[in-house]
Write a protein that binds this ligand. Structure first.
Ligand SMILES: [Zn+2]
Length: 77
């Protein structure tokens, strides 16, 4: 028996790995993140790590919004 058109997915964070049919990878997520120097990091994450990543990204979003909406806070220190 020969099976073709498969792709191995390995999580860049926890190294969980699985083989799935090409173009059909439920629970796997490509993410791109901007660093402070405007370069990007890309990663493939499993569902569990993606959920943790979304929590982290949402925290960063909240901190950014606070930064953008409170310019007077720089004068207080
Ligand atoms: Zn993972």
């Amino acid at each position: 028996m020969r099976t073709t058109n498969l792709t191995r997915y390995t999580c860049d964070r926890c190294r969980t790995s699985t083989v799935m049919a090409d173009g059909n990878a439920p629970g796997w997520h490509d993410v791109t993140r901007y660093r402070a120097d405007s370069t990007t990091d890309s990663a493939l994450l499993c569902e569990k790590c993606y959920s943790k990543y979304i929590d982290l990204a949402a925290k960063h979003d909240r901190e950014y919004m606070q930064f953008m909406t409170t310019p007077d806070i720089d004068k207080e220190a």
